[in-house]
Design a protein around this ligand. Sequence first.
Ligand SMILES: Nc1nc2c(ncn2[C@@H]2O[C@H](COP(=O)(O)OP(=O)(O)OP(=O)(O)O)[C@@H](O)[C@H]2O)c(=O)[nH]1
Ligand SMILES: [Mg+2]
Length: 360
Amino acid sequence: MGLNCGLIGLPSCGKTTIYNAITAAGAASYNGSDMNHAVVNVPDPRIRPLVEMYNPRKVLPATLEVVDIPGLKAGSTTEDGRGIKLLGHIKNVDAVLHVVRCFEDDSVPFEYSTIDPERDVATVDLELMVADIQTLQNKVKRLSKRARGGDKDAIREVADCEKVTASLEHGVPARKQNLNEGELASVRECNLLSLKSVLYIANIKSMDDASNSHVKALKAIADAEGSEMVPVCGRDEAEISQLEPAEQHEFLAVLGLKESSMERLLHAGYHLLGLVNFFTTGEDEVHVWTCRKGDMAPTAAGKIHTAMEKGFIRMEVIRYEDLTALGSEAAVVRAGKQRIEGKTYEVQDGDIVVVLFNGS
Ligand SMILES: Nc1nc2c(ncn2[C@@H]2O[C@H](COP(=O)(O)OP(=O)(O)OP(=O)(O)O)[C@@H](O)[C@H]2O)c(=O)[nH]1
Ligand SMILES: [Mg+2]
């Protein structure tokens, strides 16, 4: 139910190394036949004070799901269907984490003899686009009979799919096509890979290298599409993630970092996708939920339970800062700081909510 991400990139760019750096701190990780998959807890400094206050039976942090697939090289999606199958594992992710090798090291084999983020991003994007063209063509094929029969919706959807396909064939990823609402609706069920938000990860040798020319080139690519770029020293951080938390912070400090790669990626990802955390609290559980900034109260309530969205009546809201400053829910209510919000309220980061709904 939480945030869901997929790691992509050329072979040997460091995806699995970074996957290990992100997930080692978290829960179960298993090795599938050709991909790694893990669900990790999202750290939030507000959880601990809430747990101390409520002493709940259960604590449920927000979760981050990470999928790591083997590298894509030029032609992966056209050669034998293996690339298409691999990409199938990331069809349903909210965001793509695109790892780009930005370190020079002759002892680590790579596809190319040079380091060139622009080339690498274009190569991987092309594979995503080839897969998308296939997906769109399948949809057009499915709709063609209805369209020939004069079905207006089918005719419009076919036209939209063909327009997107034509731009893909010209090398423009769907995320850069400025698609309008109608076009987005026509391609929604296709889960186009090149439409997904991309967070670029520059894999570097050491943090001293965080502003080398390759990292700058990748930052420029990210900036040009309104995205984010995070430099990560994959190998060092994969090792650090194996240490005890106290030691981790010591080593991060040595590298000149305040946060682990997981924390930095999360911040960038939350920012890129416009995500916020809100809470439900009680003696039973302290639970962190994630929704999009701008989500109205019923949509956010729907993250907790679909019945809460359907039967939404109102939401009682207190702020995390008020609760910790005043010491208890009762004190917040006495201070007149509890709010009753309706269907058009936009849930804010740090809201602690109770949803009243029909069927409760
Ligand atoms: N020097 C250096 N080597 C690294 C770094 N990150 C990864 N490597 C090395 O690069 C090689 C490939 O790393 P992986 O993480 O397996 O790469 P991958 O992208 O998962 O590769 P595929 O799954 O085959 O596509 C390994 O030998 C790593 O040890 C880094 O930050 N610095
Ligand atoms: Mg790998």
